[in-house]
Design a protein around this ligand. Structure first.
Ligand SMILES: NC(=O)c1ccc[n+]([C@@H]2O[C@H](COP(=O)([O-])OP(=O)(O)OC[C@H]3O[C@@H](n4cnc5c(N)ncnc54)[C@H](OP(=O)(O)O)[C@@H]3O)[C@@H](O)[C@H]2O)c1
Length: 264
């Protein structure tokens, strides 16, 4: 899967846009049990309306801790023990998404401490054992040491690292290398919104013109060549179609190296 459809901030248009994305050709969908930013029931509705077989889809959602929730709209009892919170979050996601299993469950960010993160991870591991979740991941984890420590200490290894792809983190160069070496999919978000300087750079605009695509597609394609899977949050039917054609043109090694020279 080269691109995943991101569903944040789509509010009442979520169902319509998810259905459109799936009908246009997306097969992966990312959401979260976090009503503050995601309309997870709308995602479930869009999936159902698309008519696409469940087995052809990759559905990913997130457990969001109390810290990441709107205090007036938390999808579990915040005073309950952590295990109960995470179980309730999963139960809500499965109901919202109208499915009996998730392809991927992501911890939205590390918990307050490493120990608490491990405690939460153990609860999520049980979901894998029970067959309710196929794989686990973590997001907003920018510390190399933290991620590697988590990777080494848990039984069910993170299969996904979902991070903001931006200059302030040095584009996670070390984390991305670890992911490549250890069979972890690095999913990027804010790939376009955090990088207008890349999209406007002559290297990207020239490659875009040469290949009759947009600079956004050149960036998505370049990332795809190094194993990164971008989350694509477009609301435009045109952008969806253009983006999904990311493999339909030639980009040689020099072109790709030129794009990545901009990240250092
Ligand atoms: N784990 C986390 O904490 C976290 C945080 C933020 C986001 N995410 C996930 O990442 C997803 C994507 O995030 P995002 O929406 O901020 O980032 P994005 O995909 O980098 O940016 C989307 C913006 O770029 C514009 N755009 C222009 N040309 C585009 C093109 N060819 N293709 C796609 N977009 C184009 C879109 O406008 P148009 O609508 O006009 O195309 C939209 O305003 C979210 O929906 C969510 O699933 C996760």
């Amino acid at each position: 899967m080269k691109l995943i459809y991101g569903t944040a901030w789509k509010k009442e248009r979520t169902a319509e846009l998810v259905e459109l994305a799936l009908r246009t050709g997306f097969r992966g969908v990312d959401t979260a049990c976090q009503p503050k930013h995601y309309n997870e029931p709308g995602v479930g509705e869009g999936i159902a309306n698309s008519g696409i077989n469940r087995s052809d889809l990759f559905i990913q959602t997130k457990y969001t801790s109390v810290r990441g929730q709107d205090p007036d709209n938390i999808p579990y009892d915040p005073s309950s023990p952590l295990e109960t919170q995470i179980k309730k979050s999963l139960e809500t996601s499965l109901k919202n998404l109208k499915t009996d299993y998730l392809d991927s469950l992501v911890m939205h960010s590390p918990m307050d401490t490493f120990e608490e993160t491990l405690e939460g991870w153990k609860v999520m591991e049980q979901f894998v054992t029970d067959g309710k979740v196929k794989q686990l991941g973590i997001s907003n984890c920018y510390s190399y040491d933290f991620f590697v420590d988590l990777f080494e200490k848990v039984d069910q290894k993170p299969a996904v690292l979902q991070n903001r792809f931006y200059a302030d983190s040095g584009y996670d160069i070390n984390l991305r290398k670890f992911c490549l070496d250890n069979n972890v999919t690095y999913q990027s978000f804010w790939t376009l919104s955090a990088n207008p300087h890349l999209l406007e750079h002559k290297i990207l605009t020239d490659l875009a013109t040469k290949n009759s695509v947009t600079p956004a597609v050149v960036l998505y394609r370049s990332l795809s060549e190094i194993g990164v899977v971008p989350l694509c949050g477009t609301t435009s039917s045109k952008h969806m179609s253009e983006d999904l054609n990311l493999m339909e043109f030639d980009l040689n090694k020099d072109d790709i190296n030129n794009v990545f020279s901009l990240l250092s």
